[in-house]
Design a protein around this ligand. Sequence first.
Ligand code: FES
Ligand SMILES: [Fe+2]
Length: 388
Amino acid sequence: MTDSFAATLYRRTTSALQAGRGDADAQGGQVHVNRYTDEAIARQEQRLLRQHPQPVAASSSLASPGAWLSLTHLDIPLLLVRQADGQVQAFLNVCRHRGARVVPEGSGSEARAFVCPYHAWTYRPDGALQGVPGSSGFPCLQQAASGLRKLATVERAGIVWVILDPALSASDPGAHLGALMDNLESLAGLRTPVGWAPRSYDVEANWKLLIDGSFEAYHFKVAHRKTIAHMFVDNLQIVDEFDLNRRLYLVKSTFAEDLPEVNGFDPRRYGNLIYFFFPNTTLLVQPDHAQLSSLEPLGATRTRVHELTLIPQAPASDKAMAHWEANIALYRRTLAEDYGLAESIQAGLASGANEALTFGTFEYSAPRFHAQLRQRLDAMPATPLAHP
Ligand code: FES
Ligand SMILES: [Fe+2]
């Protein structure tokens, strides 16, 4: 962690505690309910998500060259393979012959070739098309150009990030993650953490209701009174923006009690840091680990949540295991409070009670996110480009 980052957060926390608020100039706002209910908007958001890096797996789940993982993310069949040079490469897990899924969901190591289950076209671990049974029947096939389609892939903070749109295969996912990712990786234990306890489950609410809830501590005292409210200063959030990404600092009450010094100040000891990577991924950074949550819109009113805990190393004892399990259990109990409320909001949206949801000044991060998202959606073509 750089000194300037910790010292700046220290100073801002001190003045926010004196002023009783984090962001003096913030503006509240409104978001129309149709942003949470309209299926056409949800479909366009799904397309937009495919243009931004998605955290699809823990780097630690692909331990050494030849390790592979076949999964589906945002409805896209993916194959991840750690290459001979140590880098993970993501491919569309779709045969270049007639489009069958090449590798069923699962994982393995020491891959030598991937054989399509339909007609046995065979691909090397680097995606190249290696063999075509009855190749004389394909006189025009350009074998060198018929490997598995590569997707833009990067490993950062122990996570494999992939841009799922093959038209963007030459783009740099690291550029989207930007300076905020550099800052995240500078934190102890978060450059190459181990992925632990992955979990996916569905919530009956629009994905953006879940995002809205991660952008303010206004609700802590009420919604989290049984879990984490007692640990935090009421309704105080310090926000830093990094282009479309942002970091929130939610200050713990121990800051005012201990009065730590600026020298050697450890922000993780005195608050939670929320790293938000536009548009759908959040990392909650705690003193000795982090929780990743990525939201997949299944439709306007249903979201699949993908969770992963990032810890410094795999637990080597029962005590270590119990420590992480207790942390994960509290995280999940707290999130269940948030997501229960999101489901109650979703159920009320169609009632006509509100034309728009209202956000106060200290909740400004949410309407700001909606405006940024809307701007990007409006800039996209209305439907995918037609092919001949
Ligand atoms: S579809 Fe894969 S070999 Fe035919
Ligand atoms: Fe919450």
